[in-house]
Design a protein around this ligand. Structure first.
Ligand SMILES: Nc1ncnc2c1ncn2[C@@H]1O[C@H](COP(=O)(O)OP(=O)(O)OP(=O)(O)O)[C@@H](O)[C@H]1O
Length: 266
């Protein structure tokens, strides 16, 4: 699969989000996509998944089976998680056992009986990831999959990603938390100023920060803007901010725009 001189903007007179992007995504590759908030990571992932067409350029050779988990799973649907996944199994032409097996692996069996609308962000994220994996994907695209996941699922997801890559699937993951930073063989794409730079690693992890001239908070270019509080060598202070659920996105955006790291819990 390739992106051939792909440019994208959301409206005819809107700003270009991506400009003349050239990328190759071989089968079996694992790619971690990083970049500042608003750089265009989700947009790039939607283009790769085929949910939006490029404004200019082409994306040839997209694999047949694409799994996609958005950064915010749409929970405003009148189903339980089990009913939703059973429905998705039918659409994907796979047995219902596929969802049950994945629920075990992703520590989500206790969520299956719950209405989608009652799920927390992390729990909804799990259901979104499960639906993306129901039919073994040739191309798996995960937008911020690690945000809000528990430790067990956070450890299991890279194993699943490795399995998909091992059987020839390509995996693209946008990840503020740099969970795939050390994934063996992973490629890194950095989105900035409408360009995608291949091989550019995100800002050093906190353990490398001693050699960095810039402190990680607020981070220097390029910024991974992690939502997790890293274990750095310099002292940190965690300040809890409690907000109404319907204000959470706005407050988090403002904090992240200010260069602060945020972590959500409910
Ligand atoms: N549906 C849309 N219509 C118009 N503009 C949009 C739309 N979706 C995103 N944008 C804009 O496109 C730019 C890139 O957004 P995108 O969500 O791809 O960035 P991102 O790197 O994923 O950000 P974040 O890390 O905050 O999730 C931003 O300026 C955003 O406001």
């Amino acid at each position: 699969m390739r992106l051939s001189t792909v440019s994208f903007r959301y409206s005819r007179r809107g700003p270009w989000i991506l400009k003349d992007v050239e990328l190759t995504l071989p089968s079996g590759s694992v790619v971690e996509v990083t970049g500042r908030n608003g750089a265009g990571k989700s947009t790039l992932l939607r283009l790769l998944a085929g949910f939006v067409p490029p404004s200019r350029g082409t994306i040839p050779d997209r694999p047949a089976v694409v799994g996609y988990a958005p950064d915010v799973f749409p929970v405003g649907q009148p189903f339980t998680a089990a009913d939703y996944l059973a429905h998705m199994c039918r659409i994907r032409g796979v047995p219902p056992a596929s969802a049950a097996d994945l629920a075990v692996r992703l520590n989500a069996t206790h969520l299956l009986g719950q209405p989608l609308g009652d799920l927390s962000k992390g729990s909804a994220q799990k259901i979104g990831i499960i639906q993306s994996l129901l039919a073994p994907p040739d191309l798996l695209i995960l937008d911020e999959p690690f945000a809000g996941l528990d430790e067990q699922t956070r450890a299991e997801l890279p194993v699943i990603i490795g399995e998909i890559a091992a059987r020839g699937g390509a995996v693209v993951v946008s990840d503020h938390q740099n969970q795939l930073r050390d994934f063996p063989g992973a490629e890194h794409w950095l989105v900035a100023d409408g360009r995608v730079t291949v091989g550019a690693l995100p800002a050093p992890a906190p353990s490398d920060a001693r050699t960095s001239p810039s402190p990680p908070i607020p981070s220097a270019e390029p910024s991974p803007s992690s939502r997790d509080v890293p274990q750095g060598p310099s002292p940190r202070v965690v300040i809890e901010v409690i907000v109404d659920a319907d204000e959470a996105d706005e407050v988090e955006q403002k904090l992240r725009a200010g260069g602060y790291l945020t972590r959500r819990s409910s």
